[in-house]
Design a protein around this ligand. Structure first.
Ligand SMILES: NC(=O)c1ccc[n+]([C@@H]2O[C@H](COP(=O)([O-])OP(=O)(O)OC[C@H]3O[C@@H](n4cnc5c(N)ncnc54)[C@H](O)[C@@H]3O)[C@@H](O)[C@H]2O)c1
Length: 260
């Protein structure tokens, strides 16, 4: 167990999107910090493998975050089994590609259903339980795509801007109950999502070096992020070290947005 994140040990938390990528990194980091975790994902097999690797002391649930009844049942079951949920890391997100002139209605709807409605349903189910207890910390993953436009990612960029603003409003509404709500906006992070993005690119050097033809920014640190580097920031924001931080969108992008 690591004790680097003040106040996390022994508290109950939920991680959504935990089977792979950034969510898996967050689950591993919070588990190492001594939290009691419930992990959710549509990928039930991935969750089982992670739970076994963590030693089996986590609750896992196959869950589609677009299903409000299922989200409510998952959070209720988590509280029944583990106790009051004081921390939420909502990581789930999907990405589909297509210029605005071409993107299919189905792909646009899917991104808004999973990324925006999913965040709304999960934060609502957890947040309303935190209110009477007057404590809690919530982190959702937005993206640098919420602020930096990217060709072929109009639906994704718009959905992530919606997530960031939804969390900002939730933060304002929940602040009177001492519940903090923040976003983390990763830049390019080495996960399956980015491998699928790179598969659409003729030359993947543009990810770190930038590309004038597509107005794509590079990464001053010269490399993509590792999931654990995003997870550490999520854990910090959930911890008591961040007790005066709320309604923020913390950009973790190796400098890609040039600090703007
Ligand atoms: N990888 C990046 O470069 C990057 C950059 C910025 C933001 N993000 C965001 O970080 C988050 C994690 O991305 P990642 O790169 O780890 O992606 P990923 O595809 O590796 O993992 C996403 C996880 O979410 C799960 N999931 C998808 N739809 C779901 C649903 N409806 N219900 C429950 N679970 C569902 C998947 O099964 C998967 O385990 C996403 O919100 C993504 O938009 C990623």
């Amino acid at each position: 167990m690591t004790d680097g994140f003040k106040g996390l040990a022994g508290t109950v938390g939920i991680v959504t999107g935990a089977a792979k990528g950034i969510g898996e990194g967050v689950a591993r980091t919070l588990h190492a910090a001594g939290m009691k975790l419930a992990l959710a994902d549509v990928d039930g097999e991935g969750l089982k493998a992670l739970a076994a690797d963590l030693g089996g002391d986590v609750l896992v649930a196959q869950l589609d975050v677009t299903d409000g009844k299922a989200v409510e049942a998952f959070v209720a079951e988590t509280e029944k089994s583990l106790g009051p949920v004081d921390r939420l890391a909502h990581i789930v997100g999907i990405q589909r590609f297509g210029k605005v002139a071409d993107l299919s209605e189905a792909d646009f709807d899917a991104m808004f259903a999973v990324n925006v409605k999913g965040a709304f349903l999960v934060v609502q189910a957890v947040g309303k339980r935190m209110i009477p207890r007057k404590r809690g910390a919530i982190v959702a993953i937005a993206s640098t795509a919420a602020r930096t436009p990217r060709i072929g990612q109009g639906g994704y960029c718009a959905s992530k801007a919606a997530v960031a603003q939804l969390m900002c409003v939730a933060g304002m509404e929940l602040a009177p109950y001492d519940i903090r709500v923040n976003c983390v906006s990763p830049g390019v992070t080495d996960t399956g999502m980015v491998q699928r993005l790179m598969a659409t690119m003729p030359n993947t050097d543009v990810v770190t070096r930038g590309d004038l033809d597509t107005f794509r920014v590079g990464v001053p640190l010269g490399r993509v992020a590792r999931s654990v580097e995003i997870a550490d920031v999520v854990a910090f924001l959930l911890s008591d070290h961040a007790s005066y931080l709320t309604m923020q969108d913390v950009v973790v992008d190796g400098g890609a947005a040039l600090g703007a």
